[in-house]
Each structure stands twice: as structure tokens, then as C-alpha cells.
Write a protein that binds this ligand. Sequence first.
Ligand SMILES: Nc1ncnc2c1ncn2[C@@H]1O[C@H](COP(=O)(O)OP(=O)(O)OP(=O)(O)O)[C@@H](O)[C@H]1O
Ligand SMILES: [Mg+2]
Length: 223
Amino acid sequence: MITLTKLKKSYSIGKRNQDVLKEINLTVKKGEMLAIKGRSGTGKSTLLHILGGLEQATSGNYYFYDTDITELSYKETTSWRKENIGFILQNYALIEEKNIFDNVSLPLLYSKKSKGEVKSKVFSLLKQLGLEDKAFQYPRELSGGQAQRVAIARALINEPELILADEPTGSLDEETEKLILNIFKKINQEGKTFILVTHDETVSAICDRIVKIKDGYIEEDFQ
Ligand SMILES: Nc1ncnc2c1ncn2[C@@H]1O[C@H](COP(=O)(O)OP(=O)(O)OP(=O)(O)O)[C@@H](O)[C@H]1O
Ligand SMILES: [Mg+2]
């Protein structure tokens, strides 16, 4: 499903150039659940952003099935992302002016689904995540863990093929973390591919594979 070849990412700040990802080669099969580990600042979020088309690689190729994402225009990348990627980012990025229902249903705004279908999908997902009584509240009225679950609901609502998550259970208590991981595992068993950045052993334990990044390269790849 995913093939990264000689992927490189550098940032230049003024005259200084920083090579964050030096040469990443990676293949991910459809239906895999992969954990990315590595110390702070090693480029895990950067890699995830490239995988989701939020950032461009400096060089190298990124194949998603037969499409080289590095060759797409900005517009093409955006529509590819909307169709295929569910993002759970490090900051939840909920829209403060919209209630929880509207935040979650946002990715379905331009879909062909009827209002009734959207409503039942949103409520069923909120229920799974223990948030059904929060539908008409606003992000500022939620705890950190609840906001994170809303972000998860929003990432899953349009049933993307690839779900990318950056420390998805970072601010959750043990019980909520278990709940979320069970949902992830269930969705994964339904055939969705997951790539998760995590430091958490509980999270990597449910993954099929762990990739460790160090100094811009993949240092270890456990199957
Ligand atoms: N937009 C940017 N401009 C310049 N440098 C950046 C930018 N984004 C990230 N970096 C740098 O790239 C490096 C990798 O950052 P990244 O966020 O990918 O690390 P990370 O592995 O996700 O770390 P953490 O575990 O702390 O989240 C850091 O040194 C960071 O300062
Ligand atoms: Mg990060």
C-alpha cells in the first residue's frame, strides 16, 4: 500500500540546514498496524505529516498504491488526503466555534450521504467513544481526554483507508486508553491500515510491527 524510497526531509532556517529525515525506506502493507518510535525531535511527526500529504518530502518517492504522492499538485494532494487519510494529530485541532457533532461530521460535509445517514454515523461513533452526551457541547467545555476522543471520531468518520495518529493516547487515563485501543484494533481488523507514533508500550503492544527512527534513518524494524 505504501512504499517510501530514499525519502529525505530537510528544513532550512536562515542559512542553517537541518536534515531531519536522511534516507527513509519503508514498505507498509494494507491492513498493517505499525508503531513508529524514536526520541523526541527525531522526525516522527515530520514523517507522519509526509505520509498524510501535509508536508512535502525534500527528495525521494512516496507511493500510495500506484500513485507517487510527491508528484501530485497541492490540489490533488488535498483531495487524495480527504479521500484516503484519517489524521489524529498531536494537537487536537478542533474547531472552537463548532459543537462536537459538527466537528465530527466535518469530513462528511461534501459527501453524498443524506443528513439522516450522517446523523446516525456520527452518533454511533460518539457512542462507541463514550461521548454521546457531548454532541451539542463545544470543545472548550471538554476535558483534554474527551477532546482527544472527538479528534479520533473526526478522523474515523469517513472510514479512511489509512489512519495516521500522533501520540493518540498521550493525555488519556488508563481506562480511556484501553477503550480507544480496542476501537483502533477493531477498525484495524476490519482492514484499515494504522500508523501510530507512540512512546507508550501499551500502544506498541497492540501493533504488528515497530519501526524505530534514529538520526534520520530507520534503525530497527521489528515484525
Ligand atoms: N516546520 C519546521 N521548520 C523547521 N524545523 C522543523 C519544522 N518542523 C519540525 N522541525 C524540526 O525537525 C525535527 C523533527 O521534528 P518532529 O516534530 O518531526 O520530531 P518528533 O520526532 O515528532 O518529536 P516529538 O517526539 O517531540 O514529538 C526537530 O528538530 C524540529 O525542530
Ligand atoms: Mg512529534
